[in-house]
Design a binder for this molecule. Structure first.
Ligand SMILES: Nc1ncnc2c1ncn2[C@@H]1O[C@H](COP(=O)(O)OP(=O)(O)O)[C@@H](O)[C@H]1O
Ligand SMILES: [Mg+2]
Length: 270
């Protein structure tokens, strides 16, 4: 692992409240235990990293935490409440939103339309296309539209508002995915490989945006990411997963020196 920057907020951390707590999560696919007794705590106000070799179970962990797939064992608590049995959209309504490793935007809709559809998509409402909206729902749409305009500014996508999402670069699609989470009133945001396929210039934008949302909008992040510069620059603490479990957790500097972490990565390469 290499990283140019040390975590900017490496000063002693005050112990914050746990917003998300996973205990003993298990999920197997056939004979493969993708997640095998995972314990994970996410503290309020942090940008927590989740790293580990390919196949460690990071995406499956996100799916279990957000209810996209059902755990075979274990519990998930959000702000102390057991949400283990709730479907994904109800977890989203309680303030936990995620992005997916692979982009899920609507290519034939514009950036603005993608934003306006996000609340319906993620909160389990029936889809009603924004462009055929009858008068009686226009007021709600006005509110959504106003929020979309704010989000376009926050996410540096204002100049692209009328562009078809399908025409965006990989990095711009990642910005859009993050922007879509902001259309929903949420406190916990899970990002699955936000930096994948993003060019270096947009990487800085993405990083600034995550930092700003954390510091100024009070959002707590859990981020799966392979780009160690991004992890080093943003994340404290960093949780290391291997073979479906938490191996260790600490500052980036501490985990990069940890023999077990290095071995986990080398083992994963073989
Ligand atoms: N839907 C699925 N069906 C079968 N196997 C899966 C499925 N999802 C994940 N796996 C397997 O579970 C393991 C963990 O995968 P994943 O959670 O995607 O890891 P990571 O995100 O850390 O790379 C891998 O061996 C993967 O092949
Ligand atoms: Mg993954």
């Amino acid at each position: 692992m290499t990283a140019q920057q040390a975590a900017p907020h490496a000063a002693p951390r005050r112990v914050a409240r746990t917003v998300l707590e996973a205990r003993g999560l298990v999920r197997a696919f056939g004979g493969v235990k993708a997640v095998d007794g995972l314990d994970l705590d996410l503290r309020e106000g942090t940008i927590t990293g989740l790293i580990g070799p390919n196949g460690a179970g990071k995406s499956t962990a996100f799916n279990l935490i957000t209810g996209v797939i059902r755990a075979q064992a274990g519990t998930v608590r959000l702000n102390g409440e057991d949400i283990s049995r709730l479907p994904s959209y109800r977890r989203a309504r309680k303030g936990m939103i995620r992005t997916f490793q692979l982009a899920r935007e609507f290519g034939r809709l514009t950036v603005l339309e993608n934003l306006m559809l996000a609340p319906q998509m993620q909160l389990g409402e029936r889809l009603r296309p924004v462009f055929f909206t009858p008068g009686r729902v226009r007021e709600a749409d006005d509110r959504v539209h106003a929020r979309a305009r704010e989000v376009l500014e926050i996410s540096r996508l204002a100049a692209l508002r009328d562009e078809y999402a399908g025409n965006l670069s990989g990095g711009q699609k990642k910005l859009l995915a993050l922007a879509r989470t902001l259309m929903i009133d949420c406190s916990v945001v899970l990002l699955d490989e936000p930096g994948a396929g993003v060019n270096p210039a947009l990487m800085n934008t993405l990083r600034d945006m995550i930092r700003e949302l954390n510091r100024e909008h009070g959002k707590t992040f859990l981020i799966v990411e392979h780009d160690m510069d991004m992890i080093a620059a943003l994340c404290d603490p960093v949780i290391v997963m291997t073979e479906g479990r938490r191996l260790t957790e600490g500052s980036f500097e501490a985990i990069r020196r940890d023999r077990r972490v290095i071995e986990a990565y080398l083992g994963g390469a073989g």
